[in-house]
Design a protein around this ligand. Structure first.
Ligand code: AP5
Length: 224
């Protein structure tokens, strides 16, 4: 079983790469952003509590996100699946909470990867991102165009722009990333366990590097 944590600023392509990796390695895709958006779509009590925070591009409190993660990790273990963490952990306390949870469950993160990209490129990618309101498929009006600007190629669902892809919310998300998430990179660099991958290339090139890194790590699991 392989557990992977994928880091990177908003819009670096974590979700895009995670989907492909989860198919390739048969992993559960645990995206805290997607779990929170699902709560908002259902207008659950939790969804209503986090709505304004997410629209502004701020981080949701650790206890809320931690509870969602605990449930999903247990589900993955019951199904004998490794987990790909996309967007979690996002600060040092979340890193500590995750490592402690996995320790209790007698497992660990086997591979930490950071996708690296400039803020300028992130802004370009996020302002042109569109998502299908029915199947959730992600497009980009410049780099990964749907056949028609407002319609999903997969299911003909309507494409929408995420409420946190407005310029002010993107700026806040980048601030949160540099302030809260970057210290995790420093910590993992100190431990010499973080892989760095340039995300300023094509989806396929990035994917090839990620598959190589994960294959290499997978081959060493269980070899002490
Ligand atoms: P979340 O959903 O995790 O958002 P994010 O980290 O800001 O990441 P994104 O989903 O915006 O981007 P991505 O890196 O997945 O890029 P994508 O593949 O879509 O979190 C949203 C919010 O939830 C947070 O702001 C916070 O409020 C809350 N939250 C979530 N987790 C939390 C936590 N742990 N703690 C507290 N709060 C939390 O790609 C972007 C675009 O670029 C797409 O259009 C895509 O088609 C295109 N693209 C992808 N790759 C390439 C490429 N190589 N070349 C050109 N275009 C590309």
């Amino acid at each position: 079983m392989l557990n992977v944590a994928l880091f990177g600023p908003p819009g670096c392509g974590k979700g895009t790469q995670a989907e492909l990796l989860c198919q390739h390695f048969r992993l559960l895709h645990l995206s805290t952003g997607e779990l929170l958006r699902a709560e908002r779509r259902e207008a659950s009590e939790l969804g209503r509590r986090v709505d304004a925070i997410m629209k502004e591009g701020e981080l949701v409190p650790d206890d809320i996100v931690g509870e969602l993660v605990r449930k999903e990790v247990r589900r993955a273990l019951n199904e004998n699946l490794g987990v790909l963490f996309d967007g979690y952990p996002r600060n040092l306390s979340q890193l500590e909470a995750l490592e402690s949870l996995l320790g209790e469950l007698e497992t660990e993160i086997h591979c930490y990867v950071s996708l690296e990209i400039s803020d300028e490129k992130v802004i370009g990618r996020l302002t042109s991102r569109r998502t299908c309101s029915d199947c959730g498929k992600v497009y980009n009006l410049i780099w990964h165009k749907p056949r028609r600007d407002d319609t999903c190629d997969n299911c003909s669902g309507e494409l929408y722009q995420r409420s946190d892809d407005r310029p002010e919310a993107i700026a806040r998300r980048l601030e949160e990333y540099h302030g809260q998430t970057s210290p995790i990179m420093d910590e993992l660099n100190t431990r010499s366990v973080l892989h760095h991958v340039s995300a300023e290339r094509s989806i396929a090139e990035i994917q090839d590097d990620l598959v190589d890194i994960l294959e290499a790590r997978k081959a060493t699991i269980g070899q002490g």
